[in-house]
Design a protein around this ligand. Structure first.
Ligand SMILES: CC(C)(COP(=O)(O)OP(=O)(O)OC[C@H]1O[C@@H](n2cnc3c(N)ncnc32)[C@H](O)[C@@H]1OP(=O)(O)O)[C@@H](O)C(=O)NCCC(=O)NCCS
Length: 218
């Protein structure tokens, strides 16, 4: 992917971390866009607001790349639609990896994936577009994490887990090996997950689900 100056979507807490990461990895940041209707004042002294999201059409995909600064704490919708809209206009989202993260060689990172400070991703893992692997999260070998997910700070995914699209794994949640979390689910902070989670579920700690013995491979 061509190394172009970057425009950040959003100016909130996640945008501040993304802006910092862009700086650390040596990208030139042009400025930020805010959601339509929001004020054009930037809370970040060194990140200028260029306009609202409608101003994206003033730029050409050959001239700038995009970084998604919109977080996903309660749902993934705003982050997902911002990504899809800009991608439909032809803009590229580079994957970003903090230098303190450990990412094994044989790991696939989709467009716009953000791997934050201290995260660990082990061999064979595949992380799809626009997913956040947040501070200190661990994704072990052969996991598949779908698009538009948020693996929150300190969450631990053991080996060979499947996380479908638009899932939030809360801060410090722990999932044992080989479980599957259905699309649009939200695993609460601190939850321990020992079985499959159906789509659109909310899991609160303390809670675990039971997978029938017949479904276990070993
Ligand atoms: C589990 C979660 C999705 C539930 O959200 P919600 O449905 O809006 O729940 P509410 O905040 O209305 O709380 C409902 C009840 O569940 C409890 N609860 C909320 N989250 C909980 C959690 N993670 N573990 C245990 N109980 C929890 C609340 O204390 C409340 O209990 P009460 O009815 O006895 O007062 C959410 O609380 C959560 O943990 N989100 C993850 C946040 C996170 O990790 N963010 C990362 C930011 S980078």
């Amino acid at each position: 992917m061509t190394d172009r100056p970057v425009i950040v979507l959003g100016v909130g807490g996640h945008a501040a971390v993304v802006f910092d990461l862009l700086h650390i990895v040596g990208k030139t940041v042009k400025g930020a866009l805010v959601r339509i209707g929001a004020g054009l004042e930037s809370p970040l002294s060194n990140l200028a607001v260029l306009g609202d999201d409608s101003a994206l059409s003033e730029y050409m995909p050959v001239d700038v790349n995009i970084a998604n600064g919109i977080g996903a704490t309660r749902n993934t919708e705003a982050r997902r639609s911002a990504f899809s809209n800009a991608q439909a206009l032809g803009f590229d989202f580079p994957a970003l990896v903090h230098p303190s993260a450990i990412v094994a060689e044989n790991v696939e990172l989709g467009p716009g994936v953000q791997v934050m400070a201290g995260a660990i991703i082990q061999t064979g893992a595949r992380i799809k577009a626009n997913t956040i692997v947040n501070t200190g999260a661990q994704i072990d070998h052969d996991c598949l994490v779908g698009p538009h997910c948020h693996i929150s700070p300190g969450a631990v995914l053991s080996g060979a887990i499947v996380i479908e699209a638009n899932v939030i794994i809360g801060t410090g949640a722990r999932l044992i090996q080989e479980v599957k979390v259905g699309a649009d689910s939200h695993v609460g902070a601190g939850a321990t997950v020992t079985g499959h989670i159906p789509k659109c579920s909310v899991v609160r700690a303390p809670q675990s689900t039971v997978r029938p013995a017949s479904e276990r491979s070993k």
